[in-house]
Design a protein around this ligand. Sequence first.
Ligand SMILES: C[S@@+](CC[C@H](N)C(=O)[O-])C[C@H]1O[C@@H](n2cnc3c(N)ncnc32)[C@H](O)[C@@H]1O
Length: 295
Amino acid sequence: MSMRDSAQKDYNVPQKRHWRRTIWNTILKHTGGREQHECILYLAGPHDDDRAIAISKGVPARNLIAIDRDAMNITNVRRQHGIGICDTLQNVLSWWPEHQKVCAVLLDLPSGLEYDVLKCLYVLHRDVFMDAIIMVNLMKGRDRWSNDLRAELRYLCPSELDEKNRAKLAIVAWLLITLFPGGERSFTEAHLHDQSTKSIMTKLFNHIVLNTYEYRSGQLVFNSVVCHTPLHGLDCIGRSSVDGHDSEEFRAHMCVAFDDPHDHVKSTTQRKLAALFAVRTKRYGKLLNTTMVTT
Ligand SMILES: C[S@@+](CC[C@H](N)C(=O)[O-])C[C@H]1O[C@@H](n2cnc3c(N)ncnc32)[C@H](O)[C@@H]1O
């Protein structure tokens, strides 16, 4: 069986079903009821299995927003009367309207630590996601792209960190994106081996409460974490108490880390989001207590 076939098959294995329930329990424990009024963004996949689990745990269908770049998967979501958008995660997260509150984002990605994963994490630094609970699920492997990066990241991991755990390493990489103006392009040896960087990383890493999980599906191993965005609550540490770096400075750095999508991409995604919110409002009307903001 090819890697692609095994990844497809993975969606329905008992281990993944068990994992999915556990993940939702943890996420909803942390959202603490906000899911009644705020959106949860997740990747649909071929069977939209998350929707049924979430609804069975009390999440209103109107607040579940499926995303998938595969049109067939979104057609399936809509056939089941779900709400979905066919676009890349990066685009949707980049142009998600500021006024539509989000309490959780589930990144169940069929890859290891790839460039696209870092791009998705990077856009999650937008203010609209600052209070969201983030779930990252990544495969161990299939990520030759990050071989060198992962080797470098190991120097920055606190000693108790499982350095092979892709989801945890993604969080470490995410923290680095907050620290250096050039985003992932700035992962240079000079930065990574710098002791002050390491001490900032350790302080920030200790600040994040990570719930970690692992499951196996045949030969594949998946790592996941559920946590707040790394900058959540950073202001509580004190504006300039993290070795002289304050959160304003981090945020300013983040704004220049990755190239913005082209204007035509932005307007296409904004049109799709406008259509999504129009459908949601038409279907659920007064049940929505958020202001309707389309783009
Ligand atoms: C692992 S599946 C999600 C499965 C779902 N969480 C479940 O448990 O049934 C990942 C899905 O995300 C989609 N996907 C992967 N990367 C994406 C991206 N960058 N943007 C949009 N969709 C993406 C794939 O097409 C695939 O259907």
